[in-house]
Design a protein around this ligand. Sequence first.
Ligand SMILES: Cc1cc2nc3c(=O)[nH]c(=O)nc-3n(C[C@H](O)[C@H](O)[C@H](O)COP(=O)(O)O)c2cc1C
Length: 254
Amino acid sequence: MTENEMSRYRDFLKDNLRLRIDFSLTDQHQGIMPPPVQKLPRVGQEMIFLPKEETFAAFHGTDLLAAISNRRSHRHFLGHPLPLTELSFLLWATQGITEILAPGFAQRTVPSAGCRHAFETYLLVNHVVDLESGLYRFLPVEHALIFEGEVENLPERLAEATLGQTFVATAPVTLAWTAIPYRMEWRYDIAAHRVIAMDAGHLCQNLYLACEAVGAGTCAIAAYHQELMDQLLQVDGHDEFTVYLAPVGKVRPA
Ligand SMILES: Cc1cc2nc3c(=O)[nH]c(=O)nc-3n(C[C@H](O)[C@H](O)[C@H](O)COP(=O)(O)O)c2cc1C
């Protein structure tokens, strides 16, 4: 890598682009409607409604200081399936909607630049109570899942798509976050991508802390094969692509 190239990549972390953008030309300022807060289900896709916030009472007693201090990356999971209420809680903690503000604007349990929330959450389910194995997507507005389809040889494909990180394939469920960059570009143009990367950290950190409340563990995964992961999630790799993964499983008996 030449020094010049390295500088260019370093620049991605800086906020210089903002000064070059004419924000009066963004789609937002041109009066174009904001994109929807979540990708719509396909016609005929049934929703699997998840246990809602009222069922999370059992997780209230978690000590925040202990959760922050005990949080670790976990690469070994007990052989137990993940209960659906716990999965529901983890999805709420990472992307749950707390208030719909206006069309295209919804506040969630995590912060996001400009309240744009550019992510979709996919689930590669191996062993979750009451869910058959396969690919699902989370709908934060309805707090529901939709089944995207069975995946043949799911553990093998997941291990291959994570470049041989075989522990990922042993997890009862792996959350896979994609970005839909236009949701952020609508407001920030080419300054969108830096803040999308920042936002990804928020949802994964919430996942780590929420896992502490349910005796589960996770491990952030940024190393994966882009094309194989995008194929596994059935996304086009251009308008939507994988940005981050997190296998989840029980690490302490209930
Ligand atoms: C952005 C990011 C990417 C990571 N990618 C991977 C990964 O691909 N594989 C892996 O085993 N761990 C990965 N990790 C986990 C780190 O190795 C782990 O956080 C680090 O060793 C510190 O350990 P701790 O989380 O237990 O404090 C990643 C962590 C972060 C924050």
